[in-house]
Design a protein around this ligand. Structure first.
Ligand code: NA7
Length: 546
């Protein structure tokens, strides 16, 4: 019987200090990459900036933080034992439960021994003569590995606001994605929340119940559906677990990584009553997937989209008592679904509370942050705490934060100056042996992230195994294959309504970021078939070498 550690050695015969793979990030992607690649005999080390595993679920500890995909679907499928053993307590898992789950996975599969925490990667440089990456940490440690897998997350670099005076504020300021572990005291205090994306919308109802006064600063109103979160019925959990295999297969073969019956009709091909019934059913179901599965054309036909958008607006008007506030909260200016819609627990109802004020920044923009609060063109709001729910430098932020250099010392920042360019969202021309997990150009954030992560990691694992068995050491996309993929990603996006919104999908939330639609909208099912075909055709579009 052969020794799996020896089997793991790649063709280039690494020296004793050389790893096969450095994985950057110990979130859901990095941990699965470690498990999978180590199981195949590769020598792997994971570097993680945080003080613990969990990625998104380590950092986003703000009150109300919750996943908007159901727990029974937002979970690993790679281990039938794990999926049977783990008992979820809620329909939509909250951050504490998700973090417990990821920590359990790390322990159960003995992953921690190969995860180096509190280690931020500063640079990753490809040495062409050695055919290896040198990864340097903030502490000045150098690691050499044949392959580098960036499992750095799509939403991991917080976007801090550039509002004048922010540094002068004498109270507490916290970004939702850097929430202190010990929590933030809001009981009886005056709190400002800037930002009404998913993070703000989840946090607002919770903070409103504790704060003396809560002022919500909204620039763009968001489409949000009630989550109808509840404790998970044990009978439902048992029945899902009894047919998990089929459910997981259906998820992998779906457009969005969630098992769901796809829509059949176009919204305008049915009567107004039938449309209303479909939207009401999705609203009652408390599910973004149910809403986006009502009709085929919500994201391609403006008229169809407007019927869904108007349905949500009517719900807002029916919920919020003050008509002026309701009008401000009713989402307008961009099609439904072209910014990520939210799932909330009593968000719109919160604006009926006497201790909550909405400030509509489209009418009265913020002028500055003062030492005591937030000033708009209409007045000053003194507060004790400012919560920045201002989002992320999404999809490229974490990669751009690392000085990644490929052939000829060319930096990834330079290569992506006009927007991210990848082949399949998995690899970048000129950057041999570098893999991205759920990178730009893959379905990633438009799908159930766990399903997308497993698909990517499995593909990478198969690729490395194939190279090893063929005695090959380097793999990189050809510029032609990458150009064709980038063009395809752009074409598919422009056949939809997505580019109409100033979303983080478009990089539009970060001043100066190129306006490019980053995720692949072609669907996880189509995308997975493409990746499988590329592999089956001997890694078509990739150049491989010794
Ligand atoms: P998002 O969805 O990017 O939301 C950020 C919010 O912050 C959004 O309402 C922004 O308004 C607002 N924002 C950002 N900068 C400013 C400034 N300078 N002034 C006022 N308001 C500002 O981030 P989230 O963390 O909520 O959610 C990210 C994803 O995590 C989410 O989509 C789910 O997939 C999970 P804007 O819309 O830009 O006008």
């Amino acid at each position: 019987m052969s020794d799996p550690r020896t089997e793991g050695a790649v063709a280039r015969a690494p020296g004793p200090a050389r790893l096969d793979v450095v994985v950057v990030g110990a979130g859901l992607a990095g941990l699965y990459a470690l498990h999978r690649l180590r199981g195949l005999g590769f020598r792997v080390r994971v570097l993680e900036a945080a003080g613990g595993v969990g990625g998104t679920w380590y950092w986003n500890r703000y009150p109300g933080a919750r996943c908007d995909v159901e727990s029974l679907q937002y979970s690993y499928s790679f281990s039938p034992q794990l999926e049977q053993e783990w008992e979820w307590t809620e329909r939509y898992p909250g951050q504490p439960e998700l973090l417990r789950y990821v920590e359990h996975v790390a322990d159960r599969f003995d992953l921690r021994r190969d995860v180096q925490l509190d280690t931020r990667v500063r640079s990753a440089v490809f040495d062409e003569s050695a055919g290896a990456w040198t990864v340097t940490t903030d502490a000045g440690e150098h690691l050499t590995a044949t392959y580098c897998v960036m499992a750095t997350g799509c939403l991991s670099v917080p976007k801090h606001v550039d509002i004048p005076g922010a540094e002068r504020f004498e109270g507490e300021t916290h970004h939702t994605a850097r929430w202190p572990h010990e929590g933030v005291e809001v009981q009886g205090r005056d709190v400002a929340v800037i930002g009404t994306g998913s993070s703000g919308i989840q946090l607002v109802p919770v903070v409103a119940r504790q704060a003396r006064h809560l002022t919500v600063f909204q620039r763009t109103p968001n489409y949000s559906l009630p989550a109808r979160n509840a404790p998970l019925d044990p009978a439902v959990q048992a029945s899902v677990k009894a047919r998990y295999g089929a459910l997981r297969r259906a998820a992998r073969q779906s457009r969005g990584g969630v098992a769901v019956t796809p829509p059949r009709s176009a919204a305008l091909s049915v009567g107004a009553d039938e449309r209303a019934r479909a939207y009401e059913a999705a609203w009652a179901a408390g599910s973004l997937v149910a809403m986006s599965s009502t009709f085929t054309d919500l994201l391609t036909d403006e008229g169809a989209n407007e019927t869904a958008a108007e349905f949500v607006r009517a719900k807002v008007r029916a919920t919020v008592r003050d008509p002026g506030v309701a009008e401000s909260l009713a989402p307008t200016g961009y099609p439904f679904g072209t910014k990520r819609p939210c799932l909330d627990s009593g968000y719109f109802e919160t604006f009926n509370r006497p201790n909550v004020t909405l400030v509509d920044l489209r009418r009265t923009p913020i002028t500055e942050i003062t030492s005591t609060g937030v000033a708009t063109t209409a007045g000053h709001h003194p507060v004790d705490v400012i919560v920045l729910a201002t989002g992320f430098d999404a999809m490229t932020g974490a990669l751009s934060a690392i000085d990644v250099r490929g052939r000829g010392g060319r930096s990834l920042r330079e290569a992506w100056a006009g927007g991210p360019r990848t082949y399949l969202g998995l690899a970048v021309a000129g950057f041999p042996n570098l893999f991205l997990v759920t990178g730009p150009g893959s379905p990633s954030v438009l799908s159930n992230m766990v399903v997308a992560i497993e698909q990517h990691v499995d593909w990478i694992a198969d690729c490395l195994t194939s190279l090893r068995s063929r005695g090959l050491g380097t793999v990189e996309p050809t510029p032609a294959a990458q150009d064709a993929w980038v063009a395809h990603v752009g074409e598919v996006a422009s056949s939809t309504l997505y580019p109409r919104a100033d979303s983080w999908y478009m990089g539009a939330n970060v001043p100066g970021k190129p306006r490019v639609f980053m995720p692949y909208v072609g669907g996880l099912d189509t995308y997975t078939s493409t990746c499988d075909r590329v592999a089956a055709h001997g890694y078509e579009g990739f150049a491989v070498g010794t």
